[in-house]
Design a protein around this ligand. Structure first.
Ligand SMILES: Nc1ncnc2c1ncn2[C@@H]1O[C@H](COP(=O)(O)OP(=O)(O)OP(=O)(O)O)[C@@H](O)[C@H]1O
Length: 340
């Protein structure tokens, strides 16, 4: 049996699933490049450790920053490196590959991703829409004639979609997600505590005491080290979770208004389904504490967080590939776009 491959080409993480094995690779979407020679020095976890710590001639690049492919050559090298790591190239039967990329990539980028995957694996390559695949990975039956709503909060983008009969009925992709939350924290710390912190520290703060709830009674504290913005010397300050909620407020509001605008455009029957079935949150950003209750209060619908939010897209891609391999007659509305 061919081992088909599902790839979540995310702006923060790349995950790869193989049929029958589940998720086999999960690494940050980071590449370290020597700027003098343009040589790739490290990819994934090893390159991530270099972020903010590299000497002048080494640059740790996030080639998919802000939900778009900002550096295509580096994206291609990264994809090739990860696929080669799986050593699937020598398989007798060529695998099918399903890649989920940011929703707002151009046709040229779409084609180039397909070519990069074909070069690395040699099989048939499909591109799919991220929120739809995330919904499948979260266990939703998207082929039913019922509305399912998913909000996939990743690193670079928050993708909001209502899916019915296997197709996206209404959607919106916002360039506001986990990376912007980190930047909100960096800006807040500088503005309110005169302390300069890096991306890694902001990420740690978000995961340790971050919350979407500005009115939480459960106030947590954390000590943060960084550089004094005035003297340039290392300093340490204590911050609390209410402050982080305040810094993230604008970003959470943007995601909520995006979700409201999607809900406003769906036919009333589908909107009624969503009131019954609720909204599914997927992606790493949905692990921010209290984000489910804050979104639920704002949309006045139930909100659920999927199991393993970081793995939904990779698992969903695997499930859709299984669906294709089983050779079942295609259910109405099951369409794959971007097949080369
Ligand atoms: N416990 C947590 N609390 C808040 N945010 C978190 C948590 N764990 C992970 N994240 C955030 O989740 C984001 C990564 O999520 P994910 O891997 O789903 O994104 P991606 O698929 O790479 O990005 P995109 O969907 O934009 O392409 C990062 O911004 C990370 O900081």
């Amino acid at each position: 049996m061919a081992q088909d491959i599902g790839i979540d080409l995310g702006t923060a993480n790349v995950l790869v699933s193989v049929t029958g094995q589940g998720v086999v690779l999960n690494e940050p979407s980071v590449v370290a490049v020597d700027t003098k020679t343009n040589k790739v020095l490290a990819v994934g976890k090893e390159a991530y450790e270099m972020v903010g710590r590299t000497p002048g001639n080494i640059k740790a690049i996030r080639p998919l920053k802000d939900g778009v492919i900002s550096d295509f050559d580096v994206t291609e090298s990264m994809l090739t490196y990860f696929i080669n790591k799986l050593s699937v190239k020598g398989l007798v039967s060529k695998p099918k590959v399903m890649i989920c990329a940011p929703t707002n990539i151009t046709n040229i980028e779409r084609k180039a991703i397909i070519e990069a995957a074909q070069k690395a694996v040699g099989g048939e390559v499909f591109l799919e829409e991220e929120p739809k695949v995330a919904a499948v990975g979260a266990g939703m039956d998207i082929f039913e004639p019922k509305g399912s709503m998913v909000i996939d909060i990743g690193g670079g983008t928050s993708d909001i979609a209502v899916v019915s009969l296997g197709d996206v009925v209404a959607s919106k992709s916002l360039k506001v997600a986990g990376d912007v939350m980190n930047q909100n924290i960096i800006d807040f710390m500088k503005r309110n505590h005169n302390i300069v912190i890096g991306e890694h520290t902001a990420e740690k703060i978000k995961k340790t005491i971050g919350t979407a709830d500005m009115n939480s009674d459960d106030v947590k504290e954390m000590q943060v080290r960084g550089r004094d913005a005035v003297s340039g010397m290392p300093i340490s300050v204590t911050i609390n979770s209410n402050e982080i909620a305040e810094s993230l407020h604008g970003t959470i509001e943007t995601i909520i208004s995006g979700a409201k605008s999607v809900l406003e455009t769906v036919p009333p029957e589908l909107a009624a389904d969503i009131i019954d079935r609720g909204v599914m949150l997927t992606g790493g950003g949905s692990m921010l504490a209290d984000i489910d209750s804050v979104i639920s209060d704002a949309l006045t619908v139930p909100v659920l967080i999927s199991d393993d939010p970081l793995e939904n897209v990779a698992k969903g891609a695997g499930a859709l590939l299984d669906h294709m391999s089983e050779n079942k007659p295609k259910k109405k509305g099951f369409s794959l776009f971007g097949k080369n």
